[in-house]
Design a protein around this ligand. Structure first.
Ligand SMILES: Nc1ncnc2c1ncn2[C@@H]1O[C@H](COP(=O)(O)OP(=O)(O)OP(=O)(O)O)[C@@H](O)[C@H]1O
Length: 334
């Protein structure tokens, strides 16, 4: 199912109360509100089956945008269409096509075992009971949480709970999946198995997915395209490979020294990105890396040296800073 978002905006109206008893009493008679502009004029389109990564600092408006696409919030301006549906109308046929995982907030009932919640969800979505339960067990086996399905959710570990939440979010085989920090706080094995299921399920039915994550492995493993949101605005939209290409002409040289060094004594001073007396990191043009690496090794008493690509996190940081300072243009993937 395709998703077309045009010029959406969302402002929250929040009750403002100053601290103290006097202010509390005053607020009983005179309430003051402030407006928080969470999303300002975001436009975006996704083709059926596309998986797009949402990146951006905390509070930049990613969750708010996803909630509007899910139909949980109404935009103050602009429009959203998902396939033939307008999400904010919250019609049942749309709700049956969309799944939402919120890493910070579960949809499973806390005191019930996941199986009981799944039973209720099967009724709510009107799914066929036996084939859906077979699907649940198939997913649980692949996620290795079969033995957890009969324990109350509150007794599960974070990783087990997130896996159970993912099953709950896709139990009705939605065509659109919104994932907001699905691997937050998980160990690498749990995060990896969640990513594997998302990838396989997406491919098996051409699911359109928006994935918001601060875990860059999630983005690198699952998304071909990334969107960066900052202060409620979309500031970048392009293929992930183009993000890399933009900074591919450089590599990083990380050096650990055996003794303390002074920054001003180091070579290629203006290409140093990080420094502490025992460590330094340079960003150097690819063609100069071996020559400069060799010079550093000859000149200093070195414990360790590594040469690597610029990490995605750093690339994203550069792109965000560039867009904010007005040096770059928002890219648009076709
Ligand atoms: N229910 C709400 N009521 C009032 N303000 C809200 C509400 N939800 C979010 N906000 C505010 O809207 C802005 C955007 O928040 P949002 O949760 O969309 O950001 P985010 O990019 O998802 O952040 P994070 O990466 O931390 O999850 C923030 O300033 C936040 O404080």
């Amino acid at each position: 199912m395709d998703i077309i978002v045009e010029n959406i905006e969302k402002t929250y109206r929040v009750f403002k109360k100053s601290p103290g008893l006097k202010a509390s009493i005053k607020s009983l008679f005179h309430r003051e509100y402030v407006n928080i502009k969470a999303v300002r004029d975001i436009s975006l389109s996704l083709r059926t089956g596309e998986i797009v990564g949402f990146l951006g600092p905390n509070g930049s408006g990613k969750t708010t945008t996803m909630k509007m696409i899910a139909g949980l919030l109404h935009p103050n301006a602009g429009s959203i269409r998902v396939g033939p549906f307008i999400p904010s109308e919250r019609k049942n046929p749309y709700l049956k096509e969309v799944g939402f995982v919120m890493g910070q907030k579960g949809q499973l009932w806390w005191d019930l075992p996941p199986l009981d919640s799944y039973d209720l969800l099967i009724d709510i979505y009107g799914c066929d009971k036996s084939s859906t339960m077979a699907y649940v067990h198939h997913l649980a086996e692949r996620l290795q949480i079969e033995e957890c399905l009969r324990q109350p959710v509150r007794m599960l570990s974070l990783g087990q709970r997130m896996k159970a939440e993912l099953i709950g979010a896709i139990i009705h085989r939605p065509k659109v999946l919104l994932l907001d920090e699905p691997t937050i706080g998980l160990d690498i094995y749990s995060a990896r198995s969640i990513r594997r299921i998302i990838r396989e399920e997406a491919a098996s039915r051409d699911m359109t997915i928006i994935l918001s994550s601060h875990i860059l492995d999630d983005i690198q493993e699952l998304c071909k395209r990334v969107v960066i949101i900052n202060h409620g605005q979309l500031i970048y939209d392009d293929l992930l490979e183009n993000c890399y290409r933009k900074y591919m002409f450089q590599k990083q040289i990380h050096v650990k020294f055996n003794e303390s060094v002074r920054k001003e004594d180091l070579l290629y001073f203006n290409q140093i990105k990080e420094f502490s007396p025992f460590e330094a990191c340079w960003e150097i043009d690819r063609s100069d890396v071996s020559r400069i690496g060799f010079e550093i090794m000859q000149r200093f008493n070195i414990e360790d040296i590594t040469i690597s690509e610029i990490p995605l996190g750093t690339v994203i940081e550069y792109i965000t800073n560039e867009q904010v300072s007005g040096n770059g243009k928002v890219s648009q993937s076709g």
